[in-house]
Design a protein around this ligand. Structure first.
Ligand SMILES: [Mn+2]
Length: 350
């Protein structure tokens, strides 16, 4: 297969989203944390109708990204009960695979994505997410303020580990041990089922937040994770270019990650977005307006043999945009389609 585009980052599969996909000219669908029955795991019977519905629109169900965090929070934190969660996670892997979905995305960030301002002004007055570690440090003892930096839409703010004060409650060493235990328990099942597990970076990629160390915050640490997984064909990346761009070094991380992992076939799919600035302080932006050159990133993906799908991920909120940001997404999709078409054209005449 060759590089292709999808839409997603929604929890409910409506006809409207599927019509938006076909009207936009993308070929695939991804869902993030779909709303499904099950408090601890998912069943194949519940996932299969989603795949059938996507197929009925002439589209491909490319991936599910993220299960509810309470499916594997103890595994991430190394708490008692993790073995039971891992057993259920293996069941979910089988369910997703047997429903015909080839990729299950995940993160290893127990206390989620942090945002210090959801309405920072970017190009032309569009609104974007931003993060400033200075705001976290200034409120390090104020649990209420710290909680306001957690996602609002999951209703989980109270369930996530959130420690105040500068000390670490869970060290990087502990997180590496937890990851090693988890990934080596679930990968054999993924391999058996022929499904790939795609790891998303920590966002923001700082050393720690809320007393919990973050380990997926540099290219070197992804290389370490790949080694821990023994180079398993089921270990892969959900390569969020935005998170890589947020890391110190900005664009250089995007180049390093693509050049290292694409030739290994270890990039399952890409989140194609960007930011201005790097940690400790960055703001999301329109693609073409950030730290890396989108044409360079797309050319690197193609030249290094990437053959998965690409999705827009977060986009700025344009005037009169919808809750799912149709306007911002339409801009990103059109931009990526232009890059891909120009790439085909240039290759044909190379
Ligand atoms: Mn992402």
């Amino acid at each position: 297969m060759s590089i292709r585009l999808a839409i997603g980052q929604f929890r409910e599969l409506t006809d409207e989203k599927l019509r938006f996909a076909t009207q936009s000219g993308v070929t695939g669908i991804q869902m993030n944390n779909p709303i499904l029955p099950g408090e601890t795991r998912w069943e194949v019977e519940d996932i299969r109708p989603l795949v059938e519905k996507v197929k009925a629109f002439g589209l491909v169900f490319e991936a599910i990204e993220n299960v509810p965090v309470q499916f594997y929070n103890k595994a991430m934190l190394g708490e008692p009960g993790r073995d039971e969660q891992i057993e259920n996670y293996c069941h979910t892997i089988r369910s997703v695979a047997r429903a015909g979905i080839p990729v299950l995305g995940y993160h290893f960030t127990p206390n989620s994505v942090w945002t210090t301002d959801r309405t920072t002004t970017t190009r032309g007055g569009a609104k974007a997410r931003s993060f400033d570690m200075g705001m976290v440090s200034a409120n390090i003892d104020n649990a209420e303020v710290l909680k306001s930096f957690l996602p609002v839409n999951l209703g989980l703010a109270n369930a996530l580990p959130l420690h105040t004060g500068p000390e670490l409650a869970i060290s990087a060493k502990q997180m590496w041990e937890n990851y090693t235990y988890f990934i080596n328990a679930v990968l054999p099942v993924a391999e058996e089922e022929g499904i790939r597990l795609a790891l998303h970076p920590d966002d923001p990629p700082v050393e720690s937040l809320g007393g919990v160390a973050r380990i997926f915050n540099s290219p070197a640490n992804f290389m370490r994770a790949h080694e821990i997984a023994g180079g398993s064909p089921s270990w892969a990346l959900d390569l969020c270019l935005g998170c890589c761009s947020e890391m110190p070094g900005g664009r250089d991380n995007v180049v390093t990650m693509i050049q290292h992992f694409a030739p290994l076939g270890a990039i399952a799919y890409v989140h194609f977005r960007d930011v201005q600035g790097t940690v400790p302080h960055f703001t999301e932006c329109f693609i073409g307006d950030g730290n890396f050159d989108p044409a360079e990133a797309m050319a690197l993906l193609a030249r290094n043999g990437f053959d998965g799908f690409i999705i827009d991920d977060h986009v700025p909120v344009m005037d009169d945009d919808s809750p799912w940001n149709h306007r911002g997404r339409a801009h990103a999709i059109g931009y990526m389609q232009g890059l891909l078409r120009m790439g085909e054209y240039a290759r044909a005449f190379a």
